[in-house]
Design a protein around this ligand. Structure first.
Ligand code: TXA
Ligand code: MG
Length: 322
């Protein structure tokens, strides 16, 4: 594994690695991706291997030019153009009927393909120079925390990737919002960095797809996902009582509203800004994992705007320890 600064020369080198069927972890505005040539099934298979990912989980293809979308997907719904025009590049993934050229492995046998154009210079340049859509899940081991800086990738995937491009911290910090678009309907598959309210303002009401826990469309729909290695629960009088006398790590949303001192404590956003909170969330959880604590108690946030994406991840992470 080579950890390289994301400069021009190293991006060109990483693009060669992609072209030759290798694995490159790269920064996007949401989280770091674990990328391979998305039209090469053998290269893409390495992703599942590296992540220890159940093979029923399809991958997102990352593109740098709108024209590429036509070569990998087809659609009739006119909302697709509207959404792309307004939100790409950005934290929005569209699931559309796939074209033949997209390997079955990438879509896990689904007739649809997930596509997004990341809003990050390094990612866009890497995709352009690779000359192919880059298939990339978040660059974490399956079920673990998503990486929001290069060190998080090093920690989880050190010996599993050829190159990690270090482009600093991700500005959004939670994964993209995923919409499935059929001829006449739009479904939300995963809350994410683009808030639902903004999307609905453009295209009207969106249907939230119910969970099918046994055969999820999206691992985002699995009940235990995004879990830190230390037990995590929501902060409440009950959870504080339950862990009395133990080493407790606490994550507050906006301010420390409890008098007692805890073994480790942090505030997601002192200004109460959900964007900042989302950007810090995974980074903080990675920090808490390194501390000698028995439990992480985290303050819930209001389920509005980005708060829905944050709570979605927290509910999944805390479910494991119920
Ligand atoms: O922000 C992001 O989306 C990041 C960065 C790297 O782009 N990527 C990411 O990928 O979060 P991943 O693999 O961790 O999550 C992608 C989600 C999965 O839950 C997957 O099941 C879903 O997208 N997905 C992909 N293709 C799909 C399809 N054809 N139908 C339904 N869901 C799909
Ligand atoms: Mg993921």
């Amino acid at each position: 594994m080579q950890l390289l600064e994301a400069n021009k020369k190293n991006i060109a080198f990483a693009a060669e690695v992609i072209k030759n069927g290798g694995l490159v972890s790269f920064p996007t505005e949401t989280v770091y991706g674990l990328g391979a040539d998305g039209l090469n099934p053998i290269a893409s298979a390495k992703i599942f291997e590296a992540k220890n990912r159940p093979s029923f989980n399809p991958l997102i293809l990352h593109i740098a030019e709108i024209e590429t979308l036509n070569t990998i997907a087809e659609w009739k719904n006119p909302n697709v153009e509207k959404l792309i025009k307004k939100f790409w590049p950005g934290p929005l993934t569209l699931v559309l009927p796939k074209r033949e050229i997209v390997p079955e492995l990438v879509t896990a046998g689904n007739p649809t393909v997930a596509v997004r154009m990341p809003d990050h210079k390094v990612a866009l340049e890497l995709i352009r120079q690779s000359g192919t859509p880059i298939a990339a899940p978040s660059a974490n081991r399956f079920g673990q925390l998503s990486p929001t800086d290069a060190q998080h990738v090093v920690k989880q995937l050190k010996n599993k990737v050829d190159v990690i491009l270090n482009g600093g911290q991700c500005s959004v910090g939670v994964e993209s919002t995923i919409l499935e678009i059929t001829d006449d309907k739009i479904y939300l598959l995963r809350h994410g960095g683009l808030i639902l309210e903004e999307i609905e303002a453009l295209v009207g009401k969106i249907i939230i797809k119910p969970h099918h826990a046994s055969k999820p469309n999206s691992p985002g729909q699995l009940m235990f996902h995004y879990s830190p290695s230390i037990p995590m629960k929501f902060l409440s009088e009950a959870s504080l009582g339950e862990f009395k006398g133990k080493n407790i790590g606490v994550i507050f949303f906006k301010n420390k509203y409890l008098k007692e001192n805890f073994a480790f404590e942090k505030i997601l956003s002192p200004t109460g800004d959900l964007r900042e909170a989302a950007a810090n969330l995974f980074a903080y959880l990675h920090e808490f994992e390194k501390e000698k604590i028995d439990v992480i108690l985290i303050e819930p946030v209001e389920e509005k705007g980005l708060g829905s994406a944050i709570m979605d991840r927290l509910k999944k992470a805390t479910n494991k320890y119920k």
